[in-house]
Every structure is written in structure tokens, then in C-alpha cells.
Design a protein around this ligand. Structure first.
Ligand SMILES: Nc1nc2c(c(=O)[nH]1)N[C@H]1C(S)=C(S)[C@@H](COP(=O)(O)O)O[C@H]1N2
Ligand SMILES: [Mo]
Length: 324
């Protein structure tokens, strides 16, 4: 059941003023503050600024109604933390990717659906958004580096996307890839021997699990570039590296893919990557986690707290190599 209710994390300005108007006002204020020296350059500057953060054509779709089935046992992470402490290695390997990520070209953006499907196709992101039903979900996120957050994602159920894509009955996995664009992504040049594009995969059973979510928004707005605009995965019972960003293709296959991190460090990263406090990563104990923006550590729980939704899928598999 979907119920619209007021959310604590919405800041008052956003309630009163549509986002783009608010942004335009801020930009105008900045130009005015710059004063007469910039007056001559203003038309030019104005245009450049507009191109760099042009209004997102999907902005009107947000906020979407919250699905109250998915509840948190903790506070939502402050937006400024979730959008400024990021892993996005296509830009750089620090947590500070915000400024570089703004160069990510998110329109036009097309998504390929290929492999074992009834009809392979390429679809524009805005057409895909029209075909899917958006909702908001509050999800936990646990990085294998032992930090965590809780985010109001907006997007659509991956199982609805799978049904819509119509994979062949023999498909066993879905493989997702991130854009790999050398001109806008400096990380590709810094680590040229890594197996770009970033690749992740799920079994069909995992992709059809009700929790698997394809994200297009966060905090009641289109998802930020540094968080994986315009389309990223959220699989909250798995370590964060499974949640592939800026997806350009979904391929259905009967062969288990080699994922990006399995290829970079097979002794450190597995295909399953289910959150498990009892299995340490070679470099990080997984017993506890630091909550972003809070500075305290809390115990990590099996499947990141989503045991009731996902444990059945892994019955009898506890001995799998790198079942983290
Ligand atoms: N394409 C791509 N996807 C990625 C990553 C990346 O470097 N590149 N990092 C992963 C890791 S390790 C984590 S923890 C999450 C971080 O998502 P966030 O920046 O939105 O918190 O994205 C995941 N998806
Ligand atoms: Mo991560």
C-alpha cells in the first residue's frame, strides 16, 4: 500500500519552492553578488552555468510516494553526507568525486537490453522512466569498507523491469554495466588496466527479489551524478559494490559473469557479497560499521538487516567461496 506522508528529511525551502526555481534563484543571487565587474560577462556565464547543471527533464517526477513496507531502524543519513562521501572509481579513488562527477553526461542516456531476451532493444532513460512506476523506499546501504548509511531512494522494482524486458526462460543471470567514457571519467585513465566497464551481476532469483531496486532518484529528486545518475542499482542486503552506478546495459545470460571487483581482486571480492558480520574481508572486519555523519560504530547484522526478505535464496550455500 502506498501512502503519501510528510518526511522528516525534507527541508522547508524544498516544500515551499520547486527545486529548479530555488536553484535559479540561487544562481541569480550569485550573479548579482558578483556585481558590476561580471555584468558584461553575465550573459555568457549564465549560459555556461545553465549547460553545466541544466534542469533534469525528469525532475517533475519527484518526489514519488513512499512505499511504507520498507522501514528503517535508524535515522535517514543527512543528504549532504550521502551526496558528498562517495565511491565512484570511474572519477577517482578518493571519496571526493562530486566536482568531477558533474561532467557525467546524463542526457541523452540510453539503456541497452540484450542477450537472452525476447526482443533486444535500446531505450532512452526518459522513455524507461515513463514505462516504470516510481516509488520511494528507505534503504540501508553497507559498504564493504565498513561504513553505512540510510537513504531515501526513488526508483522502480527490478522485478517489474525484468518482467517488462521479457528475458528468455533459460536466462539465469542479469549482467549490468556502467558507462565507460574516457573523456568524462578521469578514473579510467588513472587505472587503465582495470577491467572497465564496471560490471556487476545478479542471479535471476536475486533480480526478482522484491528488494532489488533500480534507482533513479534520491531525497525526493533525481539521483545525483556522484551517486550514479541516471540509473543505478540498490541491493541493500549486499555490500555496496554490487550496487552498480550509471547503468547503460542489462544483459541476460545463462553464464555467471565475472564482475569488475572479482576480476580486480578475486581473493577480496566475491560474486555473492551478502553482508555477513561473521566473515571478515581480508582488510576489514565486517563485525561493525561506522554510520555516515554520526561517527559512532554499530554492530553489522546478517544480510544488513534484510534476512526475512532474502535468506531463503541462500539456503545450503553457506560454504560457497567468498560468500561474504
Ligand atoms: N560504476 C560504479 N559503481 C559503483 C562504484 C564504483 O566505483 N563505480 N562503487 C560501489 C561502491 S564500493 C559503493 S559503496 C557504492 C557507493 O554508492 P554511493 O556513492 O551512492 O554511496 O557504489 C557502488 N557502485
Ligand atoms: Mo563500497
Amino acid at each position: 500500500m502506498l501512502i503519501k506522508r510528510k518526511r522528516g528529511w525534507e527541508i522547508p525551502e524544498r516544500e515551499a519552492t520547486p527545486e529548479h526555481i530555488f536553484e535559479d534563484r540561487r544562481r541569480l543571487a550569485k550573479l548579482i553578488a558578483a556585481g558590476p565587474i561580471l555584468a558584461a560577462a553575465a550573459p555568457l556565464l549564465g549560459r555556461a552555468a545553465f549547460a553545466a547543471d541544466a534542469p533534469d527533464p525528469s525532475a517533475g517526477l519527484y518526489p514519488a510516494m513512499q512505499n511504507l513496507r520498507y522501514r528503517l531502524d535508524r535515522e535517514v543519513t543527512a543528504e549532504k553526507n550521502a551526496t558528498s562521501y562517495n565511491n565512484y572509481y570511474e572519477f577517482n579513488t578518493s571519496k571526493d568525486v562530486v566536482s568531477q562527477a558533474q561532467k557525467l553526461p546524463i542526457r541523452p542516456w540510453t539503456v541497452k537490453i540484450e542477450g537472452m531476451v525476447e526482443k533486444p532493444m535500446t531505450i532512452g532513460i526518459d522513455d524507461l522512466l515513463k514505462a516504470m512506476k516510481l516509488e520511494e523506499r528507505l534503504y540501508r546501504h553497507r559498504c564493504v569498507e565498513a561504513w553505512s548509511m540510510a537513504v531515501p531512494w526513488t526508483g522502480f522494482a527490478m522485478k517489474d523491469f525484468v518482467a517488462w524486458a521479457k528475458p528468455a526462460s533459460g536466462a539465469k543471470y542479469v549482467v549490468m554495466k556502467t558507462l565507460a567514457d574516457k573523456s568524462s571519467m578521469p578514473g579510467l585513465r588513472q587505472n587503465p588496466f582495470w577491467p572497465w566497464p564496471y560490471t556487476e551481476g545478479l542471479t535471476m532469483e536475486e533480480a526478482n527479489n522484491e528488494l532489488a531496486f533500480l534507482v533513479t532518484g534520491m531525497y525526493g529528486k533525481p539521483v545525483a551524478k556522484q551517486n550514479g545518475a541516471p540509473l543505478r542499482l540498490a541491493v541493500p542486503w549486499k555490500y555496496g559494490f554490487k550496487s552498480v552506478k550509471s547503468i547503460v546495459s542489462f544483459a541476460f545470460t545463462d553464464k555467471r559473469p565475472k564482475t569488475f571487483w572479482e576480476e580486480v581482486g578475486p581473493s577480496e571480492y566475491g560474486f555473492w557479497a551478502n553482508v555477513n558480520p561473521k566473515v571478515s574481508h581480508p582488510r576489514w572486519s565486517q563485525a561493525t560499521e561506522e554510520v555516515l555523519g554520526k561517527g559512532n560504530r554499530v554492530p553489522t547484522v546478517i544480510y544488513n538487516g534484510y534476512e526475512e526478505f532474502v535468506a531463503d535464496m541462500y539456503k545450503g550455500m553457506e560454504k560457497e567461496p567468498l560468500f561474504m
